[in-house]
Design a protein around this ligand. Structure first.
Ligand code: AMP
Length: 114
């Protein structure tokens, strides 16, 4: 049995987190090192490593992550002005190898992203 990911440990209440949303499929927590006034991580409970390792059977779950990201941003007051980021691979900054969508809001963002 492979070791649990950080987010699996949070789901199992082995590591504390500020949980903003949870259902059978998804958990959303506040980032421990926020990069914006709102910085929430929306994670599938299924430990998919990254977008590129998701499978066709994960399509509905991937859609759910986006829908929940939008709902959370709206609930936080940023429904019409938030940014989603998904890092896919260590080379582009992924540090937790359990898929998650960063939901950021409350400041200005530049384009292109850094
Ligand atoms: P990424 O670099 O895209 O893999 O994002 C991982 C994110 O997880 C980073 O923004 C970290 O600040 C965040 N993070 C790491 N440990 C925790 C934790 N225990 N609780 C909440 N967020 C965390």
């Amino acid at each position: 049995m492979s070791e649990k990911t950080l987010f699996e440990k949070i789901v199992d209440r082995e590591i504390p987190a500020d949980i903003v949303y949870e259902d059978d499929d998804v958990i959303a927590i506040r980032d421990i090192n926020p990069q914006a006034p709102m910085h929430v991580l929306v994670c599938p409970k299924k430990p998919i490593t990254m977008v590129s390792s998701a499978q066709p059977e994960d399509a509905a779950l991937l859609g759910t992550l986006l829908l929940k990201a939008g709902e959370i941003a709206t609930a936080e007051g940023y429904g019409d002005r938030f940014r989603l980021v998904v890092n896919n691979g260590a080379a582009v900054g992924q540090t937790v190898f359990h898929l998650h969508v960063h939901v950021l809001g409350g400041r200005s963002f530049t384009w292109p992203p850094g």
